[in-house]
Design a protein around this ligand. Structure first.
Ligand SMILES: [Fe+2]
Length: 180
């Protein structure tokens, strides 16, 4: 529930927020595993994060983002690029510990991007959606969730993933424009 105007938060936003909370908890696990030198556990936790983010990203990119894209095109494009950036680095652990010696460092950097990304969405995208979306639009978001739950997301091309190094501060404008 919004602390300013008392509006009811849609179930779709509740679920996305719960998924963010779970991702943040797993990021904390990775931090502990890295500190302990448990690199195999790090890779396994990355796979759990990827599993969580798969359907979550479908809901955002096929449900929520299209409804906000016309008003916030640059911010939505930046958040989408960050999705590809995070997917790419996490995906390197899909079959185990990556051989690339630079991966642990790149992983820690991208998990910081991911943490900031969740905050941008929660402070910007989600409040903007709660304020501006109508019932028919929430139905489309719910349809994206139903689709994500029944169908795994399509694989991303490596070229597409590697093309995403931008760290635009996409949430700031959304946040400023969505305040109650
Ligand atoms: Fe998200």
């Amino acid at each position: 529930m919004c602390q300013y105007c008392g509006c009811q938060q849609p179930a779709a936003i509740d679920e996305l927020t719960r998924e963010h909370d779970a991702v943040v908890a797993l990021i904390r696990d990775v931090t502990e595993q890295v500190a302990a030198g448990r690199i195999a556990d790090v890779a396994a936790t990355c796979r759990r994060i990827s599993d969580l983010l798969g359907p979550h990203t479908v809901v955002e990119e096929e449900g929520l983002f299209p409804e906000l894209e016309s008003e916030f095109p640059d911010q939505i494009a930046a958040l989408t690029r960050e999705h590809r950036q995070v997917e790419h680095v996490l995906g390197e652990a899909a079959s185990g510990v990556p051989a690339d010696q630079s991966w642990p460092q790149r992983l820690q950097e991208v998990l910081l991007v991911l943490r900031q990304h969740t905050l941008k969405e929660q402070d910007g995208v989600f409040p903007a959606a709660v304020i501006s979306l109508g019932a028919d639009q929430w139905e489309r978001v719910d349809a994206a969730r139903a689709s994500a739950s029944s169908t795994p997301p399509p694989p991303r091309s490596s070229q597409e993933s590697q093309h995403s190094n931008s760290r635009h501060d996409a949430g700031e404008e959304l946040e400023s424009r969505s305040s109650c």
